[in-house]
Structures are given as structure tokens and as C-alpha cells.
Design a protein around this ligand. Structure first.
Ligand SMILES: Cc1cc2nc3c(=O)[nH]c(=O)nc-3n(C[C@H](O)[C@H](O)[C@H](O)COP(=O)(O)OP(=O)(O)OC[C@H]3O[C@@H](n4cnc5c(N)ncnc54)[C@H](O)[C@@H]3O)c2cc1C
Length: 396
């Protein structure tokens, strides 16, 4: 039996939702989490790459959901020229179908009630104020009352639209992705590979994330604006036919990745968004697991504070957005500007980038070193980044 009222209802039990639910419960709120699928984590729509540093604050690493430990990233330019970045054991390829369930278990341990096969269908309003959620559970229509709704329902979020937010993405800010899990191939399980170039993947990249020495997630993400004449599947099929002609695909994924950033709009009276729903994704890499967990934590903490204070209006809930901006949001806006540059990069520039990375001594490699050197090469980049930084500060 579920109760008639919970302080907080979280919609979606992905990484953002389960972490939001956990932190809201830890802060003393009663929490119900709704997941439309029969099990969290499936279907997997992800290449499953994360950094150890990123997930460690939220979960103890367990081999049951680690498919591979990554020691290097291999960047391959349009000509086949390549460079390695060493990151000794700092990366993981996950088994998300297990990982997502473990995150839910951690939420449940804090008192969260999870309902699977529970599909949210709308928000309930009393005198214009959001006061609950309508959903079907196992096909039966029902509803629950609450003071706060956290929409963690992924890239296609409907919660935002129900709450009257403008969550539409421009074509250039939505990467369309296709991925095969390939088996019967020969891969090195110690490194993830990234292939760049306008022939292979215009405005994006092809990834090979190993799951063992004979299987890998091989996928492509390209910006919607670049997929008008030829879709990502055609690009990926061409790549796979050449690189892994004998492979068998055991799993196919189609999905979208938002490459925008979180807007003020995504916080309204009684409703906040987290994770992909709030576009909390690195606009350059498309990585959103860790970002979603961080956003989830901040959303859950804010919801618990609101419950304690008995204040659920936008003014109070905006502290979530301010915390997000401080933690990752400002940086995400800078990344967004860089992504715009990345979209227009020529093959020559990609080659230069790979050649440049080759020159960085292994012991010196860090993002700040890379950035400093890249700016020396391209001063206009500095202007773009500075502009984004100033704009993000002015908007506060
Ligand atoms: C092809 C591809 C590859 C990717 N590779 C990587 C990668 O390697 N590393 C990385 O960090 N990120 C990657 N991402 C992005 C990453 O998958 C997402 O950023 C991450 O899953 C976001 O977590 P989330 O909790 O916000 O959303 P999701 O994981 O999408 O979870 C949302 C949940 O909400 C549920 N839901 C939706 N609507 C409702 C509803 N109405 N009622 C109830 N439940 C609902 C869904 O069933 C789902 O379980 C990739 C994405 C794609 C498409």
C-alpha cells in the first residue's frame, strides 16, 4: 500500500532520480519514487562510461557492476593519427542495468518508497498550485498528493512541460545517438577510444567503450543539425563494417543526448527538474551520469530544506539552481560555448588537436594544462570562454 501523501514525489528512477530521492529522504522528507519501467536501469540507453571520482561520493565501487577499468583514452583523428591520454584506473565502464538498481537500493535504505511499472501521466493542481501526481500503476489509474515534484524523467522529460516550462531543445543542442553492443570482436579492455572527423561523425564522435576483451559499446552521437542528409545509423554502420566486419550486435540503442545547459526556467513553484530533464549533461562529451547524480543530490537536499521550512515556492526552490551553477552549471555554460566551436571544427583542426595532445608529457597531463596550451594555440578560444564566463556571472 502506498500512502495518500508524500512530501516529495520523484518521477524517474535513473541516476538523477534515485540520488534525489535518497538525499530528500536523508533530509527528513517522506519520498515516493515512480519508475515507469518494470525495473530501474532498463532499457540501457548509455555507453556506460564514468569517472571513478565522479561516482565515488554516491556509491562504493562494486565489481558486480564494473565491466571494465579504464587506464587510457585513445583519441583518433580523421587521418587515423592517434594520441593516448593516461588516466590510470580513473575510468570505468559500467553495467548500468545493475548500477541503477544499486542506486535505488541505497535510496530505499533511507526510507524511499519505489514503485516500478508506475508511469506518471500528469500533475494535479489545486487552486493553480501543483499538489500531486497522476500515474498508472500496473495499468491502473491512480494518484498521490505531495508538496514537491522532482522531475528526473530523462531527456524526453514530460514533467517540465506539464509544469509549463519551455524544455524544447534546438536541433543543434540535441545529439542523436545510435549504439551497438558488439560481441566477437578484439578490443583492449584498458582503453576507451574516441574517433573524430567530419567523414566519420560530423559534429560528434564515434566511441568504443570496452566491456571485456571481446565486447564493447560502439556508438555514435551527432548533432541534430548535422544529421539532415545522413543519419547516425548510416555513419555507424559504415564505421562498424570497416572496423569490426565480423562482429555480432547483441544490443542496439537509439537515444538523444541534450547538449545544452540548465536554465532558470527548470525551477517553478513546487516543481524542480534534475538530470537529463534539466539538461545537466556535459555538452561536449555528452556524459550525464555523474552530472545527473550531482544535480539529483542538490535537488533532493533542496526539497528536504523546503519541507522543513514549509516553503515550496519558486523563490525558495531557486537555491537549487544557485547551488547547481556554483557546482557545475557555470562550467557547463563554458562547455556549451566550446561545443558551439566544436560543431564547426574542420578535419585539419582535429588533426592539430591530436598532434598537440601527443606533445603533452604524460606526467603533466591535466585539463587545465590542456586548456592553457589550447588557448595559446587559439586565442579566440579564450575570448569565447571569457565571454561565457562573464555572461554566466552577469545573469546571477
Ligand atoms: C547512446 C547514449 C550513450 C551515453 N553514454 C554515456 C556515457 O558513456 N557516460 C555518461 O555519463 N552518460 C552517457 N549518456 C547519458 C546518460 O545516459 C544520461 O545522462 C543519464 O542516464 C541521465 O540520468 P537521468 O537519471 O537524468 O535520466 P535517465 O537515466 O534517462 O532516467 C530517467 C528515468 O525516468 C523514467 N521515466 C521517464 N518518464 C517517466 C514517467 N512518465 N513516469 C515514470 N518514470 C519515467 C525512465 O524510465 C528512466 O528510468 C549516454 C546517453 C546515450 C543516449
Amino acid at each position: 500500500m502506498i500512502r495518500k501523501f508524500y512530501d516529495v514525489v520523484v518521477i524517474g528512477a535513473g541516476p538523477a532520480g534515485s540520488v534525489a530521492a535518497r538525499y530528500a529522504a536523508m533530509g527528513g522528507a517522506s519520498v515516493l519514487m515512480l519508475e515507469r519501467d518494470r525495473e530501474p536501469g532498463i532499457p540501457v540507453r548509455c555507453a556506460e562510461g564514468v569517472s571513478v571520482n565522479g561516482i565515488e561520493p554516491y556509491i562504493d565501487i562494486d565489481e558486480s557492476w564494473v565491466a571494465a577499468r579504464i587506464n587510457h583514452a585513445k583519441l583518433v583523428g580523421p587521418s587515423g593519427n592517434s594520441a593516448f591520454l593516461r588516466n590510470n584506473g580513473a575510468g570505468l565502464v559500467l553495467e548500468r542495468r545493475i548500477f541503477d538498481v544499486r542506486l535505488c537500493e541505497l535510496a530505499i535504505a533511507q526510507g524511499v518508497r519505489l514503485l516500478t511499472k508506475a508511469n506518471a501521466t500528469g500533475l494535479i493542481r489545486k487552486n493553480g498550485v501543483v499538489s500531486g501526481v497522476e500515474f498508472t500503476h500496473d495499468g491502473v489509474e491512480t494518484s498521490v498528493a505531495c508538496n514537491i515534484v522532482i522531475g528526473a524523467d530523462g531527456v524526453e522529460s514530460r514533467v517540465g512541460r506539464w509544469a509549463g516550462m519551455d524544455t524544447a531543445l534546438a536541433l543543434k543542442d540535441l545529439d542523436t545517438c545510435v549504439q551497438y553492443t558488439l560481441d566477437g570482436i578484439d578490443v583492449n579492455p584498458e582503453y576507451c577510444e574516441f574517433q573524430f572527423g567530419n567523414e566519420i561523425s560530423p559534429g560528434g564522435y564515434v566511441w568504443i567503450f570496452p566491456k571485456s576483451n571481446h565486447s564493447a559499446n560502439v556508438g555514435i552521437g551527432i548533432a541534430g543539425v548535422k544529421a539532415k542528409d545522413k543519419g547516425p545509423k548510416e555513419y555507424l554502420d559504415t564505421f562498424v563494417a570497416k572496423r569490426f566486419p565480423e562482429a555480432s550486435a547483441t544490443y542496439t540503442v537509439y537515444g538523444g543526448v541534450p547538449t545544452s545547459y540548465m536554465k532558470d526556467e527548470y525551477v517553478q513553484d513546487n516543481v524542480i527538474l534534475a538530470g537529463d530533464a534539466a539538461r545537466q549533461v556535459n555538452p561536449i562529451t555528452g556524459g550525464g551520469i555523474v552530472q545527473g547524480m550531482i544535480g539529483g543530490q542538490l535537488a533532493g537536499e533542496t526539497a528536504a530544506e523546503a519541507v522543513k521550512a514549509g516553503k515550496f515556492n519558486r523563490r525558495f526552490l531557486m537555491s537549487y539552481k544557485r547551488k547547481w551553477d556554483k557546482r557545475l552549471g557555470d562550467n557547463q555554460k563554458v562547455m556549451f560555448r566550446l561545443k558551439e566551436r566544436f560543431l564547426g571544427m574542420t578535419d585539419g583542426k582535429f588533426e592539430n588537436l591530436v598532434n598537440f595532445i601527443k606533445t603533452i608529457p604524460e606526467d603533466k597531463f591535466s585539463m587545465s594544462y590542456l586548456f592553457k596550451e589550447a588557448v595559446k594555440e587559439d586565442p579566440k578560444l579564450m575570448m569565447d570562454v571569457a565571454k561565457s564566463f562573464i555572461l554566466s556571472k552577469l545573469k546571477k
